[in-house]
Design a protein around this ligand. Structure first.
Ligand code: GLU
Length: 458
């Protein structure tokens, strides 16, 4: 049997980090089983869906190299709810004929009232099925008057819906807890997620569903639809929630939540994928920096944890720094938005963070001279540097200048190096002085000495 899994994001907003992890685990699962990783864009919420977000999803999949085996053609999604209307209509009619769905004419205010009464009487709020029980005459009149209606799926008359989840184990949902017969078609004729997802999964022969744990309860509703449509129920694997420091679901607005924002902040796609691999998964290996092939080799979906996965920006930064050291220079330049040249390449031994790369690259490339704040200015020592420079270094290169100042100043250790750093860069910290002096141009140094001279009014 061919294994088919799908990644089914909704293009209703910028991609959440949880979606990318879902895509990764689906891709790994498919590869592990020689199966297909299918992209399906779930745009059933027409108002909130946009082609821009669809494009973002595809861009991210390409950037992270999580390329679908099916569902991506010329950089566009092939399977979208919006182009599968006929299929939904056919399945809707089938359910209608078999008596699994019925129109509901209840207005918002009636539903609010129902909910209020139930809560007052200590009953779990649910749709009470009153439109299912409408007598023929009332029903006929409503249809005749063209009253707006939604269509609800009739939940089965049994106590529980149960299934085995590959991560969360045996799950049993009392039908009572599912909120009553649920809407599958809205008044404007659009379909709801629980309906389209089952129709699509059956149609695409999806064998395994790997998705976020927020859909665990939906699974019970979906199983009822599978049964009604006589579809083969797939295996389910729900991935644990990604939470912030307070243990709450990490939102897109929080640091780390939005994939695009992470990329904009200089996170390397490979580093993010590597980090995400450990979010809820613990392979049988101590190694943390893993190539995609290694991740695949060590992947076993049954080892995914139920416990919420804590988002850790520091850990991600660590992964990122590791990748800064090793990704091809061309890619490093792209991520850092700097030219992929010799200087950038050599800076890898000096810099860890994106801002450091930017700072020192531009300092050395653009002959920058930063002002020194008064409180770190050691006038006497600076005067000494200037004198040595003017008397002995005028035609020398950076390294020779450093050596001459070392020798002639009579200063040592911290006094020498700290002050020289402040003098040259205007800052108290940064990359090594030997790197700076071996990469700085003569002109740049001359500019610095000239300005410092003015600054301390010599
Ligand atoms: N469109 C749903 C989501 O983005 C898909 C859930 C599923 O995989 O069934 O959450």
């Amino acid at each position: 049997m061919t294994i088919n899994v799908r990644f089914a994001p909704s293009p209703t907003g910028s991609m959440h980090i949880g979606n990318l992890r879902t895509a990764l685990f689906n891709k790994l699962f498919a590869l592990k089983h020689n199966g297909n990783f299918i992209l399906r864009v779930e745009d059933s919420d027409r108002e909130r869906s946009s082609a821009l977000y669809e494009k973002e999803i595809i861009d991210i999949l390409k950037l992270t190299n999580l390329i679908p085996d099916k569902g991506l053609v010329n950089d566009r999604a092939l399977f979208l709810n919006s182009n599968r209307e006929e299929l939904y209509l056919a399945k809707f009619n089938e359910l209608l004929q078999k008596g699994f769905i019925y129109p509901c004419f209840c207005s918002e205010s009636q539903l609010d009232e129902m909910r209020k009464n139930q809560l007052e009487n200590g009953i779990y709020p649910h749709y009470d099925g009153r439109c299912f029980k409408l007598d023929d005459e009332t029903f006929g009149k409503k249809i005749e008057n063209g009253e707006n209606c939604v269509y609800r799926f009739k939940l089965p008359e049994r106590e529980n819906i149960s299934f085995t989840d590959g991560v969360f184990g045996e799950k049993e949902f009392p039908v009572e807890s599912l909120g009553g017969d649920f809407i599958i078609r809205r008044t404007d004729g659009t379909w709801t997620y629980n309906f389209t997802v089952v129709v699509d999964d059956i149609d695409m022969n999806i064998t395994d569903v790997v998705r976020g744990v927020d859909h665990l309860t939906n699974t019970a509703r979906q199983i009822a639809i599978y049964e009604a449509l006589s579809g083969k129920i797939p295996n389910f694997y729900h991935l644990p929630l990604i939470v912030n420091d307070e243990g709450k679901k990490l939102s897109k607005r929080e640091s780390g939540g939005s994939v695009t924002e992470l990329f904009n902040s200089g996170i390397v796609p490979e580093a993010l994928v590597n980090y995400l691999y450990f979010l809820g998964y613990k392979p049988e290996s101590e190694k943390e920096i893993l190539s995609f092939d290694e991740m695949l080799e060590l992947f076993d979906i049954t080892r995914i944890s139920k416990a919420p996965s804590k988002w850790d920006n520091f850990k991600l930064a660590w992964f990122n720094e590791e990748y800064f050291k090793t990704i091809p220079l061309e890619r490093l330049g792209k991520v850092l938005e700097l030219p992929s040249d010799e200087l950038l390449s050599e800076l890898r031994t000096e810099c860890k963070k994106r801002d450091e790369f930017k700072e020192w690259y531009t300092f050395l490339k653009e002959d920058k001279v930063s002002k020194i704040s008064e409180n770190i200015m050691e006038k006497d020592i600076f005067e000494l540097f200037i004198t040595i420079f003017e008397e002995k270094c005028y035609d020398k290169n950076g390294v020779e200048i450093l050596n001459t100042i070392k020798k002639e100043s009579g200063l040592k250790g911290k006094t020498l190096f700290h002050n020289l750093r402040v003098f040259i860069t205007g800052m108290e910290d940064g990359i090594s002085l030997s790197f700076i002096f071996s990469h700085i141009s003569k002109e740049h140094l001359k500019k610095i000495f000239d300005l410092r001279k003015k600054q301390i009014s010599l």
